[in-house]
Design a protein around this ligand. Structure first.
Ligand SMILES: Cc1ncc(COP(=O)(O)O)c(C=O)c1O
Length: 756
């Protein structure tokens, strides 16, 4: 099919925005030198001896590189020397991408082939022992870990004299370590903790609030600015211990948040000590993290290395040494963090005094993974240049703009945009100072009705295009961009919606988004492929076909407002909840709006009809799209009604949960679901959903081993239930069961049963 001009324009980004001509290296070896961002580096050569490892090479020139992604004026300048075009090495270095379009770098980016090869050669050629032992192989490990720790600090322009780096499992573990230390510090000094976090925070940051009663969610940047300008009014008081946390980049929208807050907070807060925690997990993936100025740097930075290099799966907590004392009161110790302890008849112990990381890294470090980190930095520098993150930032910013322009330009014949993009009003795609290469959106049809985000993910998956969908562990982002009030969210939960098993559209609103995120090795072809997919499936020939089905299936979408928002009577006299709103289910059967495979419990007689293996997402039958006048008006939504409604539903849920304690029941349900999923499977490769089912079944089957004799107890008799027969009930009432993401599945049966 012909590709619309705007897509081609977007993909072959206008010449005027092209970077200066890149200097092509004749061979990739021209980028072998390890990074020396700001501090002289120690280089390690695989296969060398322990002595070699600890040797320091100060001969590397200081390139004086300063990260400037926060400075718009400088953000359109590329590094002086550019590496080869990514296309030149992508096939060679990322063979796993052959024939695939990977657009979930926010989940994890991908590792290069030479990283795996060099790591493997290193492990095969060298004998490494546990760093805690004293043998030569152990000393070799210990030396390497120290050298790599220092090198990793330099990767972020952090002077090892001013910062320490604690290896942890991932960004979440780093965040947890900070709050655990804070709690112990607060207990030791009798100073309660105050915690502030930004609306765009990932769930891993939000969870910190459970450690204290005093917490505040800042709902905008302006609120943070006002707070800082006021010198901390509305924050921690004197004799309280403050922690303010925020993400460097929203993992939902890709918006980059101000980097100036930590320095300003440090400067202007005098009453109560307020420390700053930057969650750099999403930011560091495609942007240089610059900690060169310790005076303005965050006190703590959390990040995951797999998001930067694809491998290894480890993370780091970077600590500004001037603020390290807050982490020193941690009570727990484990093997490796103490010099000596008495276990019997006394409880004395002495912590290690050498360094902060020595006191925080419990147990044996993931030392092999740390060696892989060294190779990862080597390979990144070889592929992406001496300032790899700066190149990657510019490269992805440019592609991100093409992607944004392309998606924003997709329009239906009636002029309606095909995608609702969730973007901060100040975000400018292409300007890495304010925006990363991540786009969150939902697909809408020509009549404005939404396509479920999981359906888009699944349709893309079937074409080897891999995106992420859902609420993305970003509750504040979902609430603000998708306009969900707390009462509505609770009502949605009560009706069966779960992050892990979502109802995609409720109350006419999406509960999540489709997220496309680019990475270092993304190319214009990836952008092109996605745009083409969206255009072909949702705009091109799909437009009218979809519209007809969307409206048909929307006739009885469940969690819709009651017809009259008046007082709710006793159960059984509640008003019907059948207010239509458009709901699109692309997997629906060609001949007229039968539900998708997993909604089969409520399907009509043709529910077992085979799926069209080619056009799975495209219903075949055309029907005239309804006019606006055909649709009944939506009455106002009253959350209180749903809170009342959910009571009987919750009781039923509770009862079902008790039932699930008996693993055999749950197992049977899951297995049947899996069977259902395979019966209705639309093509031979397992769909995203089916794979999710598979995982949950495997997990469930594992619970079998909880029974001492390996056999589950007798299945209890089913108590009498107000719900429909088990066959159709199991999907609707089991919160863990398959829910094909239409409201119909989640709410229809209970509502019916309750006489509504
Ligand atoms: C902004 C942000 N913070 C925290 C996390 C959690 O990272 P991890 O799962 O590696 O701990 C993520 C993961 O996607 C993220 O994007």
């Amino acid at each position: 099919m012909d590709i619309p001009a705007h897509i081609l324009d977007a993909v072959h980004a206008s010449d005027e925005t092209s970077p200066p001509k890149r200097i092509k290296s004749t061979s990739t070896s021209s980028w072998k030198a390890p990074s020396t961002a700001r501090f002289p580096s120690k280089s390690y050569h695989p296969h060398s001896s322990a002595e070699d490892v600890s040797s320091t090479s100060d001969s590397e020139p200081d390139h004086g590189y300063q990260t400037d992604f926060t400075t718009p004026a400088s953000s359109d300048s590329y590094p002086d020397e550019m590496p080869d075009d990514v296309e030149d090495f992508r096939d060679r270095e990322y063979p796993q991408l052959k024939g695939k379009t990977y657009l979930d770098h926010g989940g994890t980016t991908l590792y290069a082939k030479s990283l795996v090869e060099e790591f493997s050669a290193d492990l095969i050629s060298n004998l490494y022992g546990n760093p805690h032992s004293a043998s030569s192989p152990s000393a070799l490990s210990g030396h390497r870990v120290d050298a790599i720790r220092e090198r990793a600090l330099r990767f972020f322009n952090a002077d090892p004299d001013e910062f320490d780096l604690v290896f942890v499992a991932n960004a979440t573990a780093a965040i947890k370590m900070v709050i655990e230390c804070f709690k112990d510090h607060a207990a030791a000094s009798n100073t309660p903790i105050w915690y502030g976090y930004h609306r765009d925070a990932h769930t891993s940051l939000v969870g910190v609030r459970e450690s204290t009663k005093m917490h505040r969610c800042f709902t905008s940047d302006e609120e943070v600015d006002i707070w800082i300008n006021s010198g901390g009014l509305g924050g921690p008081r004197a004799r309280q211990l403050g922690l303010f946390a925020y993400p460097g980049q929203s993992n939902m929208t890709g918006r980059r948040l101000p980097q100036s807050w930590p320095g300003r907070i440090r400067k202007s807060f005098h009453k109560a000590a307020t420390y700053t925690l930057l969650d750099a997990a999403a930011l560091a993936s495609t942007a240089p993290l610059d900690l060169s100025d310790a005076a303005t740097a965050p006190d703590f930075v959390a990040l995951s290395f797999y998001k930067i290099f694809g491998f290894p799966n480890i993370g780091a907590l970077i600590v500004r040494k001037d603020s390290a004392h807050v982490l020193e009161s941690r009570k727990y110790f484990g093997g490796g963090t103490v010099e000596m302890i008495i276990a019997i008849n006394d409880t004395w112990h002495a912590k290690k005094e050498t360094s902060l990381h020595d006191r925080l890294e419990d147990g044996t470090l993931p030392f092999h993974s740390i060696f892989a980190l060294d190779h990862a930095m080597n390979v990144h520098e070889r592929l992406y240049g001496q300032n790899p993150m700066k190149f990657i930032s510019m490269h992805t910013a440019q592609l991100g703009r093409q992607l944004y322009d392309g998606i924003a330009g997709l329009k239906h014949a009636n002029g309606l945009p095909a995608c609702r993009i969730y973007k901060d009003e100040n975000a400018v795609y292409g300007d890495p100072s304010v925006q990363g290469a991540t786009i969150a959106f939902n697909v809408q049809l020509s009549d404005g009705s939404l396509v479920g985000f999981e359906e888009v993910e699944e349709a893309a998956d079937e074409r080897n295009i891999f995106v992420r969908s859902g609420s993305l562990c970003n509750p504040g982002g979902v609430a603000s961009y998708l306009n969900w009030s707390p009462a509505e969210m609770k009502a949605a939960f009560a009706a069966g919606h779960r992050c892990s098993n979502p109802t995609q559209i409720m109350l006419g609103k999406p509960t999540g988004v489709v997220r496309v995120s680019l990475g270092a090795m993304s190319t214009a072809a990836d952008v092109h492929t996605l745009l083409r997919f969206l255009d072909e499936v949702y705009v091109g020939r799909g437009t009218q076909l979809f519209t007809a089905t969307a409206v048909q299936l929307g006739q009885s979408a469940p969690l819709s407002p009651p017809t009259s928002p008046g007082p709710i009577g006793p159960v059984g006299q509640l008003p019907p909840l059948n207010i239509p709103h458009p709901l699109y289910v692309p997997g629906s059967h060609p001949n007229g709006g039968n539900p998708t495979p997993s909604t089969a419990a409520s399907a009509g007689p043709s529910e077992n009809a085979p799926w069209d293996s080619h056009d799975t997402a495209l219903p075949q039958q055309r029907q005239p799209p309804p006019t606006e006048a055909d649709k009944p008006p939506l009455p106002p939504f009253n959350p209180a009604d749903y809170i009342k409604l959910r009571k009987p539903w919750e009781e039923e849920l509770r009862r079902q949960r008790q039932m699930q304690q008996y693993a055999n029941v749950g197992m049977e349900i899951k297995v049947r679901e899996l069977e259902d999923a395979s019966v209705f499977s639309r093509n031979p490769t397992p769909s995203v959903k089916a794979r999710k089912f598979g995982r949950s079944v495997v997990n469930l089957l594992r619970t079998k081993s909880h029974f001492a004799d390996g056999r589950p107890p007798e299945r209890p008799p089913m108590p009498s239930s107000p719900l429909p027969p088990p066959e159709s009930r199991r999907e609707a009432s089991n919160p863990l069961s398959s829910q094909r993401s239409t409201e119909k599945v989640h709410f229809h049966h209970p509502v019916e049963t309750l006489g509504m």
